[in-house]
Design a protein around this ligand. Structure first.
Ligand code: SAH
Ligand code: SF4
Ligand code: F3S
Length: 439
């Protein structure tokens, strides 16, 4: 029995790709292990959206050299977004001579053959720049998937990204936008509901661009309406939405479809129109604020979360103050905050107005402090409210569930409630967690 160790970095696209990779490896007779020392195959599914995780990959894989010396049969592989960049791929091959297998985000279905070749001693490198389709057939539809959870499932609806925000590497690693057909998606979700899944999260770098590339017209809101009719399914989530592509039909769908949860992840990136333009985001500060107002009016109590970047090339103190100001004005429920990280091959990395590291750090601390105080206030506001929870697991002293607005709540109750919907009253709140009581 061969064992594999799989490490996943990055976003939910990678999480889901790893579920497919796991499915393939299990079908080949491999067993999963959480201990690298026991593995016959070590595979890193990588992310390159920022520099830090990349450095980690070099660190970790270098340390596996010893394992390889002890066990020459061991196969060490790197896949995911890092190898999609040509320069990075060459660096990997040069700096990590004990890596045997490198493949890209469009080559996952080729894993069985690539593994075979690696096992026979070849150093295998296969990275395609774009997915290859035959007559509308998508190889990804027929791959085995081993989902990491029996209640909640990720479902890809659109691959790739063609937005080319000037800081972002994703369009270079994931290829052009490509929507799956509504029929394929529905078939998958029906199957999941039949297996007992209660929640699906529809995935894409830009989910609300869904359908624009399809020959027969399909929109994201009509897809949601369609999925909302599936029996057995309790909740539908989706991520990530681009502010520019938020049509009124999608707001209407959020407001009217009972299974579509009241949470919108709507990355704003910056509060300065000048910077938004340089980022190629396609909207202004005013547009974003207006959009948030419309969404809140249509869907009272909705949770709105975001992504923010500080230290983008040319960011002045005034631009940064605009961001702080927008964050205060919107009152996000939570935010992922990032220090701008230059990515080779993207336009912004070449611009001369790079911001010094100390200023970036100073700004991110200020931003995090502000957002934490807002998140804290948002959480405390929930005390005394009633919330529907999907019971997802157990904790030290009871059960853990998630609200429709995507917040975790700890509460006491019998283990038999796992997988069901319960209503609780929120009794206590802190910045990061909520306590509740079943009613
Ligand atoms: N498709 C999603 C986000 C994908 S990447 C969207 O457009 O919203 C997730 C987040 O990483 C981005 O929203 C952005 O905030 C951040 N990010 C992307 N490139 C970055 C870079 N070069 N430096 C710092 N943060 C970055
Ligand atoms: Fe990157 Fe922009 Fe595409 Fe999001 S929309 S993945 S930030 S290029
Ligand atoms: Fe990272 Fe690739 Fe996702 S670069 S954020 S894993 S699409």
């Amino acid at each position: 029995m061969k064992r594999f160790y799989l490490k996943t970095m990055g976003c939910q696209m990678n999480d889901h790709d790893s579920e497919v990779i796991t499915g393939i490896l299990l079908s080949l007779g491999y067993q999963r292990t959480e201990a690298v020392e026991d593995a016959d195959l070590i595979l890193y599914n990588t992310c390159c959206v920022r520099e830090n995780p990349e450095r980690k990959v070099y660190g970790h894989i270098s340390a596996f050299r010893r394992l390889k010396e002890e066990n020459p049969e061991l196969i060490i592989g790197i896949c995911g977004c890092m190898p999609q960049q040509k320069e990075e791929r060459q660096q990997i091959l040069k700096k990590l001579p004990h890596v045997d297998l490198v493949f890209g985000t469009h080559n996952i279905h080729r894993l069985p053959e690539l593994l075979d070749r690696a096992a026979s001693g070849e150093r295998v490198v296969e990275v395609w720049d774009e997915a290859q389709y035959e007559e509308g057939e998508d190889f990804r539809d027929s791959l085995p998937v081993q989902r990491s959870d029996g209640l909640k499932a990720f479902v890809n609806i659109i691959y790739g990204c063609t937005n080319f925000c000037t800081y972002c590497i994703v369009p270079y690693t994931r290829g052009k936008e490509h929507s799956r057909t509504p029929e394929k998606i529905k078939e998958e979700v029906l199957g999941l509901a039949a297996e007992g899944y209660k929640e699906v999260t529809l995935l894409g770098q830009n989910v609300n661009a869904y359908g624009k590339d399809l020959r027969e017209s399909a929109s994201f809101s009509s897809l949601l309406a369609d999925l909302n009719g599936i029996d057995g399914l309790a909740r539908i989530r989706f991520t990530t939405s681009h502010p520019r592509d938020m049509g009124l039909d999608l707001i209407e769908a959020l407001a009217s479809l009972d299974k579509v949860c009241e949470h919108l992840h709507l990355p704003v990136q910056s509060g300065s129109t000048r910077l938004l333009k340089r980022m190629n985001r396609g909207y202004t500060r005013e547009y974003y604020l207006d959009l948030v107002e419309k969404v809140r009016k249509a869907v009272p109590g909705i949770s709105i979360t975001t992504d923010l970047i500080v230290g983008f090339p040319g960011e002045t103190e005034e631009d940064f103050q605009d961001t702080l100001d927008l964050v205060r004005e919107v009152g996000f429920d939570s935010a992922f905050t990032f220090i701008y990280s230059p990515r080779e091959g993207t336009p912004a990395a070449r611009w001369p107005e790079q911001i010094p590291e100390e200023i970036k750090k100073e700004r991110i601390y200020q931003l995090i402090e502000l957002q934490n105080s807002i998140s804290d206030a948002q959480m405390r506001r929930l005390v005394g409210t009633r919330q529907e929870l999907l019971v997802e697991g157990r904790s030290k002293d009871g059960l853990v569930g998630r609200t429709r607005t995507n917040r975790q709540v700890h509460f006491a109750g019998p283990a038999a409630l796992y997988g069901s919907l319960v209503t609780v009253e929120i009794t206590e709140a802190s910045t990061w967690s909520l306590q509740g009581r079943i009613i």
